[in-house]
Design a protein around this ligand. Structure first.
Ligand SMILES: [Fe+2]
Ligand SMILES: [Fe+2]
Length: 145
């Protein structure tokens, strides 16, 4: 499978988690319930970002209009936002921050997908599949975050 297809597929799955978490934020006032969703979202997003830092961004870095450094900084920003979220206890602040993390991550996905489209245009099938195999091999080795 091509690296570009793998990353876009993971974005599709994570987008479902975003929508479900937003639905829950509107439906509950239980901070503990939201904390459980936030923890799941954090693990999914941060392992995805870890793979991107290792496999995707080094390839994007070689593109003519590279945004790899910017994308990496956004990964760090999202990781920091989840760490800050874990310290919160009141529902209003927790749900507001979680909502903002999802909005930030959605914007990040859009910027990343622009680079992924360019990658698909600049690399040939063989290179895309080679990088895709590397992602698939690393995915099961990641430790839970
Ligand atoms: Fe990313
Ligand atoms: Fe991504």
């Amino acid at each position: 499978m091509r690296l570009t297809d793998i990353v876009l597929t993971e974005h599709g799955v994570i987008n479902v988690l975003f929508a479900e978490t937003e639905r829950l934020i509107c439906a509950t006032e239980s901070v503990e319930l939201l904390r459980g969703y936030a923890s799941l979202l954090k693990r999914v997003l941060l392992t995805h970002a870890q793979l991107e830092d290792t496999v995707l961004l080094p390839v994007i870095r070689n593109l003519a209009e590279s945004r790899a450094g910017f994308l990496h900084d956004e990964h760090k920003e999202i990781k920091g936002a989840f760490a800050a979220l874990e310290k919160l206890d009141d529902y209003e602040t927790f749900s507001d921050r979680l909502w903002k993390i999802i909005a930030t991550a959605r914007e990040h996905f859009k910027r990343e997908e622009w680079s992924i489209t360019k990658l698909g245009q600049e690399l040939d099938e063989e290179q895309l599949v080679k990088h895709g195999k590397r992602w698939a091999a690393l995915r099961p080795t990641l430790l839970p975050i």
